[in-house]
Design a protein around this ligand. Structure first.
Ligand code: HEM
Length: 436
């Protein structure tokens, strides 16, 4: 029976093609893989044949989506630690160097992130960190709960790597937690609370206000270059290094707090992850806050998931823009994000988020969210006709907007988050990689 992409998957009970699909799918796509310690390598291929041999040998070290799910179940049952994660993605240029004629065809993927920069109002490519200005062929992610296995695997992969596969750049991600042990980002807020859920085991059925269930079609696409594209699947992967100006955020948050409007309105959640509109972490909509009195329309989580209240599309179409976010924080800091310190003691650079997300359609998911929601001053469409402004965190425009007589407009461009570089990849099936 063909893989049914129109619905969620039950990984424990599925049989046939869908079961085979899980054996050949990369981990971290259908469910987040632990990656508190993460090494990211940006690679260039100088020789197609050597690169093929290298990728196929790395594929033999990789586990499947099914193995990841079994490891999670074993950890829950007996606390048996899982094995490290390896993720491998290729750019359109990487496919070309490997000589693959049947590469994936998403138009944003084919164009690449550099070409997308103007339409996303990203900083110009010449301002990006050096490795990202170059032509990247592949990305390799190595992640685990502990640093030791990451470095051991990194050494094994280095030993397999021919000189013609060059490391253009590297990033190191480190998970951060608050006093409750919840994962936080550098502004100090709990992250990863809301995700589309693709497995019935993660979410059986909708009972409340917001149903996080999402069909496989929102994250998986057929791997057209694999031996059996009916059974072998992959996912488009967006990677963006987003530097966070923590001092600016904390100054803005404090100014808001002092003016009586909680600083948490920038995010739409309190620092511990509680939404402004509900005591429930994810089972909420904005139905009880149609005028944006509790959670303003510009709040980051309201701009990036209006939960049916965006006003521009029917709720079922609006949901299709959601993607599987798999980010990790980077950069070490001297201050403790959990203690109350004056903003001046917070970092302005060198720390941030390695934003990562899986999509089945980059243009309709990541790019749509960034361009037509976060960057658009008129979204969501409000009942009183007011314009919410850009997302204060990630909203971008090409130049600061100047009002009359040189006075900055009410909604200047955000400098809290700055893109330092990024790229679009396809994470193919293991079957494709082994067959190279
Ligand atoms: C949610 C922070 C970049 C899309 C969140 C949350 C935080 C956060 C604290 C709340 C936790 C949660 O709901 O899971 C940040 C920071 C960023 C960043 C600090 C940059 C440094 C982005 C980007 C996008 C994005 C680039 C997409 C273009 C989302 C979405 C949600 C979210 C879709 C979930 C909203 C919901 O379903 O309610 N982010 N984020 N974020 N963010 Fe971001």
């Amino acid at each position: 029976m063909p893989v049914d992409l129109s619905t969620q998957l039950s990984w424990r009970t599925t049989t046939g093609d869908a079961a085979d699909m899980l054996d050949e799918l990369q981990p971290n796509i259908l469910k987040a893989h632990v990656r508190d310690h993460l090494q990211v390598l940006l690679l260039e291929f100088r020789d197609g044949a050597e690169a093929r041999a290298f990728l196929s040998s790395v594929a033999r070290l990789m586990k499947s989506a099914r193995a990841q799910l079994e490891e999670v179940a074993a950890f829950k049952a007996t606390k048996t630690p899982g094995t490290p994660y390896i993720g491998l993605g290729l750019t359109a240029g990487g496919y070309a160097t490997l000589g693959i004629a049947t590469a994936p065809t998403d138009s944003a993927f084919l164009g690449g992130a550099k070409k997308a920069a103007p339409k996303l109002a990203d900083p110009p490519v010449q301002d990006w960190d050096e490795p990202y200005r170059q032509a990247i062929d592949a990305i390799l992610l190595i992640g685990d709960a502990r640093p030791g296995p990451v470095w051991a695997l990194r050494d094994r992969i280095d030993a397999l790597r021919p000189e013609s596969v060059r490391v253009l750049g590297e990033e190191t991600g480190h998970g951060m937690t608050n006093e409750n042990g919840d994962g936080i980002e550098h502004f100090g807020y709990v992250d990863g609370r809301s995700q589309p859920l693709f497995l019935t085991e993660d979410h059986e059925c909708a009972t409340g206000e917001w149903d996080p269930a999402a069909p496989l079609s929102q994250v998986l696409v057929s791997d057209t270059a694999a031996p059996d594209p009916g059974v072998h699947f992959g996912s488009y992967f967006v990677f963006r290094k987003l530097e966070q100006n923590v001092r600016l955020f904390k100054e803005t948050e404090k100014r808001l707090d002092d003016s009586g409007q909680p600083g948490a309105t920038l995010i739409g959640r309190f620092p511990d992850g509680t939404p402004l509109v509900s005591p429930d972490a994810n089972d909420f909509t904005y139905d009880n806050d149609k005028l944006g009195r509790k959670c303003p329309f510009h709040a980051h989580i309201r701009k990036t998931n209006p939960r049916g209240s965006g006003g521009a599309e029917p709720p079922e179409r609006e949901r299709l823009h959601l993607m599987a976010r798999r980010g990790q924080t980077y950069g070490r800091r001297l201050d403790d994000p959990g203690t109350d310190l004056p903003p001046i003691l917070r970092p302005t650079s060198g720390v941030g988020l390695l934003f990562m997300a899986f999509n089945s359609n980059l243009g309709n998911q990541f790019e749509f969210t960034q361009r037509l929601w976060a960057n658009d001053t008129g979204f969501p469409i409000t009942p009183d006709g007011s314009r919410p402004g850009r997302d204060p965190l990630i909203g971008q425009c090409t130049a600061p907007e100047w009002g009359r007589n040189g006075v900055t407009a009410a909604d200047p461009v955000s400098r809290m988050v700055t893109l330092k570089g990024g790229e679009y990849f396809f994470m193919p099936s293991l079957a494709f990689l082994r067959a190279l």
